[in-house]
Design a binder for this molecule. Structure first.
Ligand code: MET
Length: 340
């Protein structure tokens, strides 16, 4: 089937699970009650995607507070009690981040609960997202390794363990989120892609990397204002990614200043093209989505195009996110009809 659909990963959480309309939303309950709420929200996220015509569904990242820290919480060797302020993504935001203080090890499984809930409640293909090694080390302080690359590879090993376990849980695609690639382009090409390959080593399920310009939060929209008329960050990293065994690349296209001809630097990849803007509350029409797909088709063979969202919808209003999901499904269906 042409133009299968998926999402970057996260959906907003229901207000009975976490405080609405924000990133890092505090949970509304704890213990067994929180666990039940996470399960219910996961099932709801699957249902909303299925009903909207999303083909490769996710668990909506309902069981984690943040796309990076959801993983870190399961890692031993990190001191969460003494957070320090750090400028992250090249000082785009100040964040209070935990510190690595000892050798890194997984305490156990990270996402087994929600992966199993998801597998039990949908017959569709499931994509599961994990933060990429470079993005992780840009979101945590180091008091132990003394070397960014060494620490990234230590995390890559842990990611690999969890990714293999997710595959065994029945997950069909693992996507590593690497927004940091768009900030540290030469490091990304130099060692970031290799760390990603380590994280994906030995996987037999589909693999993807998501590289975006961030959530629709103010720090990001302000940053985008400084990037000029043409965003060419992808140009520096795509050749290294195209040469890697990672099979799919998720990028942003809708309302983006990325020149789409850069996609021709990925001749060997499936392109998950962002056709839904997460930085605007305006709901795309099916025609908008179809037009973005048509623009991508000028540079990517149509059989290699998957339609997705530019980034996660975690901080968005729920009604808007749901309308955008529906637009994604309807727009891809229209594109199939028009270009099939
Ligand atoms: N998988 C993450 C999400 O969908 C991607 C975040 S990249 C800033 O929220």
């Amino acid at each position: 089937m042409l133009f299968p659909t998926t999402i970057a990963g996260s959906l907003p959480k229901p207000e009975w699970l976490a405080e609405p309309d924000k990133l890092w939303a505090p949970w509304k309950s704890s213990g067994a009650e929180l666990q039940r709420a996470k399960r219910d929200a996961t099932i709801l996220a699957l249902k909303l995607q299925e009903d909207s015509g999303v083909d490769i569904v996710t668990e909506g990242e309902q069981a984690r507070q943040h796309f990076v820290h959801g993983f870190l919480e399961a890692v031993e060797g990190i001191d969460f009690a003494h957070k320090v302020e750090m400028g992250i993504r090249n000082d785009r935001y100040k964040a209070m981040v935990p510190q690595v203080v000892a050798p890194l090890r997984l305490k156990g499984r990270v996402h087994e609960f929600e992966a199993r809930v998801a597998r039990a409640h949908t017959k569709q293909k499931i994509k599961f997202t994990l933060p990429g090694p470079m993005t992780i080390i840009d979101t945590i302080a180091d008091q132990y390794y003394g070397d960014r690359v060494k620490m990234a590879f230590a995390f890559a090993e842990l990611l690999n363990q969890e990714a293999k376990a997710l595959q065994a849980d029945g997950i069909d695609m693992i996507q590593f989120d690497e927004p940091a690639f768009n900030v540290y382009m030469s490091e990304a090409a130099d060692w970031g892609v290799k760390a990603l390959e380590r994280a994906a080593e030995g996987l037999t399920c589909a693999t993807a990397v998501h590289i975006c310009y961030g959530y629709g939060i103010k720090a990001n929209t302000d940053w985008k204002e400084t990037l000029g008329a043409e965003w060419r960050q992808y140009e520096q990293i795509f050749p290294a990614i195209d040469a890697s065994p990672i099979q799919q690349v998720a990028i942003e296209c809708r309302n983006s200043k990325v020149p789409l001809e850069l996609l021709s630097l990925l001749p060997g990849k499936i392109v998950q093209a962002g056709v839904i803007d997460v930085a605007s509350d305006a709901i795309e029409t099916a025609d908008d989505v179809c037009a973005t797909i048509e623009a991508v088709m000028q540079h990517v063979p149509k059989s290699n195009i998957v339609a997705t969202t530019n980034c996660g919808m975690a901080p968005m209003r729920r009604d808007i996110a749901e309308a955008k999901l529906a637009a994604l499904g309807a727009g891809a269906a229209l594109a199939r009809e028009t270009f099939g």
